[in-house]
Design a protein around this ligand. Structure first.
Ligand SMILES: NC(=O)C1=CN([C@@H]2O[C@H](COP(=O)(O)OP(=O)(O)OC[C@H]3O[C@@H](n4cnc5c(N)ncnc54)[C@H](OP(=O)(O)O)[C@@H]3O)[C@@H](O)[C@H]2O)C=CC1
Ligand SMILES: O=C(CO)COP(=O)(O)O
Length: 295
């Protein structure tokens, strides 16, 4: 099968490697690179299957300026909610790609492990079950691919866990201990599930790979960029300093701003997301964690 990957950052490169095991894979990116099978975007758009890894905060503009739909089957592999509008990715993509042609990838998947062929299990989420199965069949043997119709559950899980990972990084950075981390992560899971319910997400997605699976991974490891954002905040670094050091995308930042916007508009109680937003805006992390964890 001809698969085109859009975005040659960490995740796009890892997915190009993984899908390349059983398929003919080509890759493109905003910045041209000297890597195998690199093609200009207009050539990639001719592939039957597309995997898009453009970050959530950039994708609306990218679609407007670059994407032409011509029947491609699309797997969105990014995770996040647009800060400037509070829109989910499936809302943004709707304008450009019909529901039956689009799927969303979720589950625990550090690019650095996927590119070493280390095993994991992921979920392809689409309203079109045939499309999910088609994408699931393209995965290499070291990735067990499940399918689900709960697009919104996958989206909320993938985006919200990044915000909880920032909180967990702060908890670690402040040396609050494993009990506090476990308390924060499990409350984070409940918080994202409660948020997802507002949008009709299914409980199963939160207790499975998309929710708990990805949350436990991201909120407990320095391999996570979002966790490292939290470590930086705990050390008193500013958002700008942290982003400069990181040099990669940390979607939890934009998503925290998106959740703040949504919580205000819909009058929702999102205590951990609220404190992460406040810390990104300069609140003292010790004060924030005390507000979260003490009675
Ligand atoms: N890394 C991981 O382990 C995982 C990441 N994800 C998600 O995948 C998405 C991408 O992450 P990742 O690849 O790791 O991030 P990186 O920071 O490694 O790469 C970001 C990618 O986005 C592209 N990009 C950035 N801004 C624009 C823009 N304005 N227009 C077009 N392309 C743009 C970059 O292109 P260029 O470099 O050519 O400029 C690059 O390919 C995120 O949503 C992330 O949450 C999901 C699961 C795992
Ligand atoms: O989504 C991820 C793993 O599933 C990657 O998380 P980070 O972006 O925090 O590194």
């Amino acid at each position: 099968m001809k698969v085109g990957v859009i975005g040659a950052g960490k995740w796009g490169s890892a997915l190009a490697y993984a899908f390349g095991i059983n398929n003919e894979v080509y890759i493109t990116s905003r910045t041209p690179r000297d890597v195998d099978n690199f093609l200009p975007l207009e050539e990639i758009l001719k592939c039957e299957y597309l995997i898009i890894t453009v970050p959530a905060q950039e994708v609306a503009r990218w679609l407007e300026e670059n994407f032409i739909f011509s029947g491609q089957k699309v797997l969105v592999a990014s995770k996040g909610i647009e800060a400037s509008s509070g829109r989910f990715l499936n809302d943004i993509y709707k304008k450009h790609i019909p529901d039956e042609n689009i799927a969303f990838l979720s589950g625990p998947s550090f690019a650095a492990e996927v590119i070493q062929s280390l095993p994991t299990a992921l979920v392809v989420n689409s309203l079109n079950e045939t499309l999910s199965s088609e994408f699931a069949a393209l995965f290499p043997p070291f990735i067990k691919a499940y399918t689900s119709k709960d697009v919104i559950g996958a989206e909320v899980s993938g985006a919200y866990k990044n915000v909880i990972a920032i909180a967990a990084g702060i908890c670690e950075g402040l040396g609050l201990g494993k009990n506090a981390a476990a308390a924060l992560i499990s409350r984070g899971l409940v918080e994202m599930q409660r948020f997802g319910k507002v949008y009709g997400a299914k409980d199963d997605s939160f207790v499975g790979l998309s929710g708990a699976g990805d949350l436990f991974l991201t909120a407990s490891s320095t391999m996570s960029r979002n966790f490292r954002v939290g470590l930086g905040l705990a050390k008193g670094k500013t958002q700008d300093e942290i982003m400069k050091e990181l040099g990669e995308v940390a979607e939890g930042i934009g998503t925290s701003y998106a959740l703040h916007r949504i919580a205000q508009n819909k009058d929702l109680y999102l205590p951990i997301a609220k404190e992460v937003y406040a810390m990104l805006e300069g609140k003292n992390p010790q004060e924030s964690l005390r507000d979260l964890l003490s009675s």
